[in-house]
Design a protein around this ligand. Structure first.
Ligand SMILES: [Zn+2]
Ligand SMILES: [Zn+2]
Length: 298
């Protein structure tokens, strides 16, 4: 996690062959600096995946992509919302997916699914590589049955613990409508709501939980960790690792599992658009086809 919280979100998912940025909600400068701390240059990114268009997930993207022709993966509505009125309209390397679609970026299979949140078409992700997987859900009002099913196979889960319900209720700075929005079914998960989702996943494969997207005023890492640890203890699952990501610093790197080392054929990239697959594996062609598809959808 390069940084996570109500003020900005960005994460790096990597294998030996592939580096994907999830969201670009820190300043471009911070994204570059924090990638550097992970020994990654921006030019090495194989893609930027967007969950939704809110500023705390995309605010650094425009500057980051000014000099960087990195593919940006988003569904058409999110892409349109992000592109609107900024220089990202000129960015040539958009890759539009349909929410619910699976696709490959190098050796990572990305599964997308809708999440309930007050954005145009917000998504969560499950990543599969080798024998291991990672679930990624931030910004959701509640977990639908489909979300729980999608996350049942994952080993590491990134989930938001946005607020402590009491701290939010007692907060004197937020007007009532804002509190209602946060607590609504299209808002954010509280600590205890996230703990309930994690409990639902316990018959699955999850062995590590990373908490994120904490509200600066209405939560603390201690409260989030305690709520989730208490829930796990209640279920007799004390062996599950729980970590809370911070806003201001890069989290430790979590090794999720093994993927195949050695040579990897970049041609797999074109699996993103199997119907347009070309024998030369030209990803730029795929990107152009993708742009067209996106426009047709809008
Ligand atoms: Zn957010
Ligand atoms: Zn949001």
């Amino acid at each position: 996690m390069l940084g996570s919280g109500s003020a900005g979100n960005s994460a790096l998912v990597a294998t030996d062959h592939c580096k994907i940025l999830i969201d670009g909600g820190l300043s471009a400068r911070q994204i570059v600096l924090r990638l550097e701390q992970c020994s990654v240059l921006p030019e090495q990114l194989d893609g930027v995946l967007l969950t939704h268009e809110h500023g705390d997930h995309v605010c650094g993207l425009e500057v980051l992509c000014r000099k960087l022709d990195v593919p940006i993966y988003a569904n058409s509505q999110t892409a349109e919302a992000v592109r609107c009125g900024c220089s990202l309209e000129q960015h040539r390397n958009w890759r539009i997916f349909r929410t619910g679609a699976d696709f490959a970026i190098c050796d990572i299979t990305v599964q997308t699914f809708p999440v309930p949140h007050d954005a145009v078409d917000p998504v969560g992700f499950a990543f599969y590589a080798g024998s291991t997987s990672l679930g990624f859900v931030t910004d959701l009002g509640y977990a639908t049955k489909m979300i729980v099913e999608r996350l049942r196979q994952v080993h590491t889960l990134v989930i938001e613990t946005n607020h402590d319900e009491k701290l939010l209720q007692n907060d004197i700075h937020r007007p009532w409508p804002v509190k209602q929005r946060i607590q609504s079914r299209h808002g954010h998960l509280s600590n205890s709501a996230a703990a309930n989702v994690i409990e639902e996943l316990l018959p699955g494969k999850v062995d590590r939980v990373v908490l994120g997207h904490l509200s600066r005023d209405c939560n603390t890492p201690e409260l989030a960790l305690q709520t989730v640890r208490d829930a796990l203890k209640k279920c007799g699952k004390i062996d599950i690792e729980v970590f809370c990501a911070a806003q201001s610093e890069v989290s430790p790197q979590f090794r999720i599992g093994e993927t195949t080392r050695g040579h990897f054929s970049r041609r797999l990239k074109t699996h993103f658009f199997p119907q347009h697959e070309r024998s030369d594996g030209d990803s730029q062609v795929a990107a152009e086809v993708c742009d067209k598809t996106g426009n047709e959808n809008s």
